[in-house]
Design a protein around this ligand. Structure first.
Ligand SMILES: [Zn+2]
Ligand SMILES: [Zn+2]
Length: 217
């Protein structure tokens, strides 16, 4: 199978994947630790214990790590070539991956939302490695975002990368900003689906995809 290094026209999607190291200086990081120490302490944390002395530093580091999706993922820019089998076979043969666990931060509260993603597509002339689908989901999840945008970005990027006959994305997530504050008693999962191409007008295909995700089609 041949590798192809993509030369994408879509600037927005290309930019999302290209390596872009964030520039945060040591001096800034120390200042941020000070802000966090002030907040945590005012809200009740005792920072003068062996366990908590380094918590502001660890918190800022962890926050930096879980938002690394902004730095892109150049490994997503390679795809495999395949042959479109054409006709009904090409149109109906789905590649479905999941569950892909993900963790994101909601941009309204900066609290986590986390859950599972299922991604399906109907290949045309390009396919992508299974591990790449996980990378794709995580690149967009490890940001400040909302579930709706996360699903849309995964679907749009896959569509641009592979030019497939169709893309399906299903996301389900628990949102800690509502659950931890008791806004809702029984915390249901928020479910979103995104359909592109063939999936858009083909109920049987959508149903088949959802069944493969273990959901009632
Ligand atoms: Zn929120
Ligand atoms: Zn095709």
């Amino acid at each position: 199978m041949a590798f192809t290094q993509l030369d994408l026209d879509d600037e927005e999607i290309r930019n999302a994947m290209e390596l872009r190291r964030r520039k945060v200086t040591d001096e800034q990081m120390r200042r941020f630790e000070g802000y966090i120490a002030e907040i945590f302490s005012a809200f009740g944390m005792d920072l003068n214990t062996p366990a908590t002395r380094d918590t502001p530093r660890r918190f800022i580091r962890a926050l930096y790590d879980v938002t690394e999706g902004y730095e892109g993922d150049p490994k997503l820019l390679t795809v495999f070539e395949t042959e479109c089998r054409g006709g009904p076979d090409c149109r109906l043969s789905q590649i479905i991956e999941g569950p892909i666990p993900f963790f994101a931060l909601c941009e309204h509260h900066a609290f986590p939302f986390h859950g599972r993603a299922f991604v399906g597509y109907i290949a045309h002339e390009h396919i992508i490695g299974i591990s790449k689908l996980t990378r794709l989901v995580r690149m967009y999840a490890k940001r400040f975002t909302v579930q709706e945008r996360l699903g849309r970005q995964i679907a749009d990027t896959l569509e641009t990368l592979l030019n497939p006959h169709g893309v399906a994305v299903y996301l389900e997530a628990a949102h800690l900003c509502t659950q931890m504050r008791g806004v809702r008693e029984a915390a249901p999962l928020t479910r979103t689906t995104f359909w592109r191409g063939e999936y858009d007008g083909n109920a049987a295909l959508r149903s088949e995809f959802l069944k493969a995700c273990g959901l009632p089609g």
